[in-house]
Write a protein that binds this ligand. Sequence first.
Ligand SMILES: CC(C)(COP(=O)(O)OP(=O)(O)OC[C@H]1O[C@@H](n2cnc3c(N)ncnc32)[C@H](O)[C@@H]1OP(=O)(O)O)[C@@H](O)C(=O)NCCC(=O)NCCS
Length: 316
Amino acid sequence: MRIAAPIEIGPLDAEAQQSVRELAATAEAHDGVAPLSEQPLLNLGTDAEWITHVVAHTPAGSTVGYVQIDRSGPTASAELVVHPEHRRHGRGRVLLRTAERDATLPARSGEPGQHGKELRVWAHGDLEPARAFARAQGLRPVRELLFLARPLDAAPPTAAAAADEPGYRLRTFRPGTDDEAWLRVNARAFASHPEQGRMSLDDLRARQAEPWFDPEGFFLLVPEDGADPAAFLWTKVEEPAPDGTRDGEIYVLGVDPDHQGKGLGRLLTDVGLAHLARSGATRAVLYVEGDNAPALATYRRAGFERAAVHVQYARA
Ligand SMILES: CC(C)(COP(=O)(O)OP(=O)(O)OC[C@H]1O[C@@H](n2cnc3c(N)ncnc32)[C@H](O)[C@@H]1OP(=O)(O)O)[C@@H](O)C(=O)NCCC(=O)NCCS
């Protein structure tokens, strides 16, 4: 018997990680959107018990498909990609089925509670092949993440008012000193968010070790009478594109529930936009949940418009 799609499950050595990065880059060049987002790329070298890596090879050994399953949340999340020249040969189906087995298998006794979870699969860019694939596999969309953008060539808002907000002090993040306080306010601000609210010290440190991390673009609004920040805005400036354009991301904006409804989100958005313009970004971008009406209203007022949508699918 010939096995049509040899697959390998297990941790990735440095060479295998590089092959997956190259596969993702090839798919991005072909599809116009990256198939793996930031967290799965950061996880490529991880052998944590809640992460599973599945690689599909050709019989000659080239990497032509990959799925990563992350079972750390209330549902298991997967990101899946097949090489553009090797699509429509059933590899996506095999990888998806393997991911579903990995996530939904009942937990064995004594095992931490990571199995027996519903699997959700991301389709970045909501591309037609992914829609057709999802339909054929009996998956339906369950969550939308919007990618919003606004040009920064028009005069960006001035941030001067922020320094004068009565009762609050604006300052930048101090790595090592502010870590724990920031994790607390992040968890409170994103208590109901499936990924952001669960960010750990290790996750924060991994981002601080990334070449793009810049504390000067990570703003805290601290109440004059309190220790923990009331709100924060973290930016991420991308490398310039070959055509000279440069994206600057409002990476995370969070307001502690005790301080919501006072306009702090709008104020910090202006601070972030002014910082991104100063940093040479030509376009401000951000991700927001499709059902987060207050955040969408804040960003629409700040001039953002929908540029793309990422969809999460689950079994109907
Ligand atoms: C979506 C993706 C993973 C599919 O991988 P694949 O290996 O081509 O999928 P399969 O060959 O297993 O396809 C299984 C079935 O899905 C459907 N399908 C897949 N791609 C399709 C397309 N472009 N048009 C129409 N139907 C399609 C078909 O019913 C297909 O069965 P068939 O070929 O016997 O008709 C691949 O296109 C990809 O990597 N896209 C970019 C990343 C992405 O969008 N990932 C998210 C997936 S939810």
